[in-house]
Design a protein around this ligand. Structure first.
Ligand code: NAD
Ligand code: UFG
Length: 343
């Protein structure tokens, strides 16, 4: 069976392509390479022994999108990762974010409807919960007003999908990721942040690699044990595995509703300082960091209630924080080695 993976040369998409192939699925990747590189297809092939098919198209283009579906008429399901994802940039460029993330979503759903493809897995985010009233947060918690245009595109996309499945024969599963980190054990694929990273873990590894002078810890006056914010960090390989399970659930008609939502996290929260400590432990490197002011828009603490995913999907995150940080560090070292080879 062939699964279309949009954004499949990106961070989470590439790890999911690997997991799909490991489970015997054929994979067709589409990506416009606005935030990833084509050689990732070769790296996936190196890991699995089989290169996925690849079409370089922009999902904002409805004709190009439809053409891919007409050309590949044996697609059983779609996993939709393609989106712009930088929260800060979305505040600066709201129209670009709404245009990219929502037009892509709509063009994809139209092409699926027109070609009769019914199974969709969508990358959503715990950002839809904002600062939850109760922790751990479960899927029934109210969605809050989005903190950014990026967050709003996730909320609106969830609504577009739900409205669409209610009126077509389609089925969909929205996966709300908590904080994906780490990289594949082979260190052949991982996150490729363009420019200065916004996220904590690539910033830590780049600082340790000497690319950044120091990590700024955004605030230590939160209501948490050490004053720094708490997140639920999840290994990208655990996350990728959940997509295969979600797709199989629909292909095997095991879904309980046409539209389902699952939190994907470990259920454990860690502070920023705990993440730094874990990194220092596994790398043996003392990380240069300074406490600075809070970053606007950051929530204080969030971690997942994973009961629904555990019980319904039969999925549980397996990897702990140290393993996540070690794989992130190995990936950073592999990136630096590649760069040194080129220069
Ligand atoms: P990524 O940027 O590494 O991958 C996204 C891919 O989509 C990139 O390869 C990019 O080139 C491609 N893309 C973007 N717009 C496109 C378009 N119009 N047409 C074709 N391709 C396009 O990001 P990621 O971290 O792998 O995230 C994947 C998905 O998961 C995104 O939807 C993101 O919003 C969501 N998500 C990510 C996180 C996170 O922390 N990484 C957290 C929650 C949700
Ligand atoms: N942090 C720092 N210094 C940095 C970067 C981050 O102290 O240089 C702190 C942040 O203040 C926060 C924690 O590290 O407390 C995590 O920050 P990230 O930027 O790594 O992640 P966020 O929780 O802010 O957001 C991420 C993605 C969003 C997504 C969300 C939930 O960027 O797109 O996880 O999945 F919506």
């Amino acid at each position: 069976m062939k699964i279309l993976v949009t954004g499949g040369t990106g961070y989470i998409g590439s790890h999911t392509a690997v997991e799909l192939q490991k489970e015997g699925f054929g994979v067709l990747v589409i990506d416009n390479l606005c935030n990833s590189e084509k050689h990732v297809i070769d790296s996936i092939g190196e890991i699995t022994g089989q290169k996925p098919l690849f079409e370089q198209i922009d999902l904002r283009d409805p004709e190009a999108t439809m053409e891919v579906f007409s050309k590949h008429n044996d697609i059983s399901g779609v996993i939709h990762f393609a989106a712009l994802k930088a929260v800060g940039e979305s505040v600066e460029k709201p129209l670009e974010y709404y245009h990219n993330n929502l037009f892509s979503m709509i063009n994809l759903l139209k092409a699926m409807r027109e070609t009769g493809i019914s199974n969709l897995v969508f990358s959503s985010s715990c950002t839809v919960y904002g600062q939850p009233d109760q922790l751990p947060v479960n899927e029934k918690a109210p969605r809050k007003d989005a903190e950014s245009p990026y967050g709003n595109t996730k909320k609106i996309s969830e609504d577009i999908i739900e409205d669409t499945v209610r009126t077509t024969g389609m089925k969909a599963i929205a996966l709300r990721y908590f904080n994906p980190i780490g990289a594949h054990g082979s260190a052949l694929i991982g996150e490729l942040p363009v420019g200065t990273p916004n996220n904590l873990v690539p910033y830590i590894t780049q600082t340790a690699a000497g690319i950044r002078d120091h990590l700024r810890v955004f605030g230590n006056d939160y209501d948490t044990p050490d004053g720094t914010p708490i997140r639920d960090y999840i290994h990208v390989a655990d996350l990728a595995r959940a997509h295969v399970i979600a797709m199989n659930r629909m292909l095997r008609n095991q879904n309980k509703d046409r539209y389902e939502i699952f939190n994907l996290g470990t259920g454990n929260g860690f502070t920023v300082l705990e993440v730094i400590k874990s990194f220092e432990k596994v790398s043996g490197i003392k990380l240069n960091h300074k406490i600075v002011q809070r970053r606007p828009g950051d929530v204080e603490k969030v971690w997942a209630d994973t009961t629904h995913a555990n019980e319904e999907l039969g999925w549980k995150a397996e990897k702990g924080l140290d393993e996540m940080m070690l794989s992130a560090w190995n990936w950073e070292k592999s990136l630096q080695a590649q760069k040194n080879k080129k220069s």
